[in-house]
Design a protein around this ligand. Structure first.
Ligand SMILES: NC(=O)c1ccc[n+]([C@@H]2O[C@H](COP(=O)([O-])OP(=O)(O)OC[C@H]3O[C@@H](n4cnc5c(N)ncnc54)[C@H](OP(=O)(O)O)[C@@H]3O)[C@@H](O)[C@H]2O)c1
Length: 227
């Protein structure tokens, strides 16, 4: 069984499709119940699991006893200089990008351990670039990096393998919004395709049992080298 957070987003949708093709029973999650159900109905084997990541730990359905794969592909973007970004906007971003990931991961850890499953966390190359003008988003992703590294180290003895995936710009609604706020054109041909990120997720899952791919950085070949 595979759980995908942010399943209705650009990257999440591509990951769901890829995992379904690989034969997983997919549990798409998201805050828009109608969209999550519609997405699930398009797939041969999927169970919708709607909840809002910003509302605290989700109640895990009793059928989710073993989770082979958990992919974190939900996220919120925020921009603005420190001087003009009040703390409530920081909290909104951290609620989804960090605490939502913490809550869902903790809720599923027993089921992940039973299956000796994989956790794949979609982070961002923003942690490698300048945070100026987007401190709240970059800080949430830096905190997510630390969370992911801690989880990786702590789960070494349980068989749960944790991977951080760092894509650069990806052609999704979020990137369209990023470019709008940057005041530049949206040029999807210069960014990664969501399907490319989904293929990277599949390659992590394809790693053989004795190996542990802990980090993967994916830059667009034709685009800027940071998001
Ligand atoms: N696009 C890029 O250039 C890029 C680059 C590097 C990393 N990333 C990261 O990749 C991940 C996916 O981004 P994307 O580009 O696919 O963005 P997207 O198309 O905007 O999708 C974001 C997803 O997160 C969900 N979400 C937001 N707030 C939520 C909440 N409170 N509860 C549950 N779900 C919530 C959205 O649900 P709704 O549809 O209901 O809003 C949507 O499904 C994010 O973590 C992002 O930071 C993106």
């Amino acid at each position: 069984m595979a759980v995908v957070a942010g399943a209705t987003g650009g990257i999440g949708r591509a990951v769901v499709a890829r995992l379904a093709r690989l034969g997983y029973l997919v549990w798409p999650t998201g805050r828009d119940g109608t969209a999550v159900k519609a997405l699930s109905a398009e797939l041969p084997h999927a169970v919708p699991w709607p909840f809002d990541l910003g509302n605290g730990p989700p109640v895990v359905p009793p059928e989710l006893t073993e989770v082979d794969v958990l992919v974190h592909a939900a996220g919120l973007f925020e921009s603005g200089v420190v001087d003009e970004t009040p703390a409530d906007r920081w909290r909104r971003v951290f609620d989804v990008n960090l605490f939502g990931v913490v809550d869902l991961t903790r809720a599923l850890l027993p089921a992940l351990r039973r299956a000796r499953g994989r956790v794949i966390v979609i982070n961002s190359t923003v942690v490698r670039g300048s945070p100026a003008g987007r401190a709240a988003y970059a800080a949430s992703k830096e905190a997510l990096r630390v969370f992911t590294e801690a989880l990786h180290q702590e789960e070494l003895g349980t068989g749960v393998r944790v991977t951080a995936l760092y894509p650069g710009r990806v052609a999704t609604a979020m990137q369209r919004e990023v470019r709008r706020r940057e005041g530049g054109p949206y040029e999807p041909e210069r960014y990664l395709a969501p399907e490319t990120v989904a293929a990277a997720v599949a390659s992590v899952l394809g790693t053989s049992g004795e190996a542990h791919l802990t980090e993967l950085v994916l830059h667009p070949a034709r685009g800027p080298q940071s998001s």
